[in-house]
Design a binder for this molecule. Structure first.
Ligand code: ADP
Ligand code: MG
Length: 346
């Protein structure tokens, strides 16, 4: 009798523990917000181990931070990009890390295909516009905003031009006076690195992470429903235009004239520059969203397509086989057929 009781109690315990193990394995949702790369990083992670997940969440933020500080920043003296800029004009050029070489080669391919609409050699021009100051929304700085002088701007334009740069045998040769600004691609590059990191972490089963205007999705949600990625309304703050419903791994980048801008004397000065004129782009568009599998590509093309305008931008998107969505200033939405399959109007 006593023995039977123990058997029964034993059975009960194993069912209970099965239940507990089952619960443990069901991924939890972990949401966090931080800042890195001068922008907001929002993470939604589905994790099998909550404590490990919290650690991973912090590690993702530090990954973005060290990508900026060690590689992509022109301000941080230890960053590879700052070193490249420092050695502009030297005969020996600079030896690139393998990763930087791969990324720069892809960027140059897009510059060529877009006939210079994307041109990361306009660092001299972007600095004259002081785009970083706008990012921190320093009201005093905004009040004091002035267009850079035409002569200085022309000089900076003369020092720019992706076609003047040589990338050869792992080395980069910049002409004297040129300086690179990877602002148009940095967040997309971060999305790629985040995804590589997630692929190596066992406790993350799904994630959607935004680094400013670039978003990466990975794996799946616990309930198997699709990722919902909102596209912001370019003229109504806080509202969104529509939603992309996505399965699995994607990158979505948006470039808009509403993200960083100053309005003065009826002119909207924003952070996407036409490399031909050196002035903020003034065409029929107010935002462009690109959807594809690669973060660098989505980020680079969102900037390039914005500069080109809807018609030429659409051709560029097709050439790279990505999905694109253009919003015009009168709020007309133009998109590729592929994009329409994922997009729902809000
Ligand atoms: P965000 O930085 O908000 O994601 P973008 O990806 O469109 O927006 O990049 C804009 C940034 O890229 C600017 O802040 C500037 O540093 C740089 N930039 C602006 N215009 C160009 C251009 N035509 N080609 C390359 N870089 C650019
Ligand atoms: Mg971009």
């Amino acid at each position: 009798m006593k023995q039977r009781k123990w058997i029964f109690a034993g059975m009960l315990l194993s069912i209970l523990s099965l239940g507990i193990t089952g619960c443990d394995k069901r991924p939890d949702k972990l949401v966090s917000t931080g800042t890195a790369m001068g922008t907001v990083v929002q993470e939604t992670l589905y994790v099998t181990d909550i404590e490990q997940g919290k650690k991973t969440s912090k590690e993702i933020l530090s990954l973005v931070e060290s990508l900026e500080k060690g590689s992509l920043s022109w301000r941080e003296s230890d960053a590879e990009l700052a070193q490249i800029n420092l050695l502009a004009g030297t005969k020996e050029g600079i030896l690139l890390t393998e990763q930087m070489q791969t990324d720069l080669q892809q960027i140059w391919k897009i510059s060529e295909a877009s006939k210079g609409a994307l041109d990361v050699t306009i660092g001299g021009v972007t600095r004259l516009w002081d785009l970083d100051t706008w990012a921190v929304a320093d009201t005093q700085a905004l009040e004091q905003f002035q267009e850079p002088g035409a002569i200085l701007l022309q000089e900076a334009l003369n020092n720019s031009g992706y076609s003047k740069v040589l990338i050869q045998k792992g080395r980069m040769y910049l002409p004297e006076g040129m300086c690179l600004d990877l602002g148009a691609v940095g967040k997309g590059i971060a999305c790629n690195r985040i995804r590589e990191y997630l692929a190596g972490s066992e406790e993350i089963t799904g994630a959607v992470i935004s680094v400013g205007g670039s978003i990466v999705t990975y794996g799946s949600k616990t309930d198997g429903s699709l990722w919902q990625v909102a596209i912001m309304h370019p003229r109504k703050e806080g509202a969104y235009l529509g939603v992309l419903s996505l399965e699995g791994e994607w990158c979505v980048s948006t470039s808009g004239d509403y993200e960083r801008y100053v309005e003065k004397d009826g002119i909207r000065y924003h952070h996407i520059i036409d490399p031909l004129s050196g002035y903020p782009v003034n065409n029929e568009l107010c935002s462009v969203t690109i959807l594809c599998r690669d973060g660098l590509l989505s980020d680079a093309l969102s900037t390039a397509c914005f500069v080109l305008g809807a018609e030429e931008g659409m051709k560029l998107a097709q050439e790279f086989q990505v999905e694109a969505l253009f919003v015009t200033k009168d709020l007309e939405v133009i998109m590729t057929d592929g994009m329409a399959q994922y997009f729902t109007v809000a």
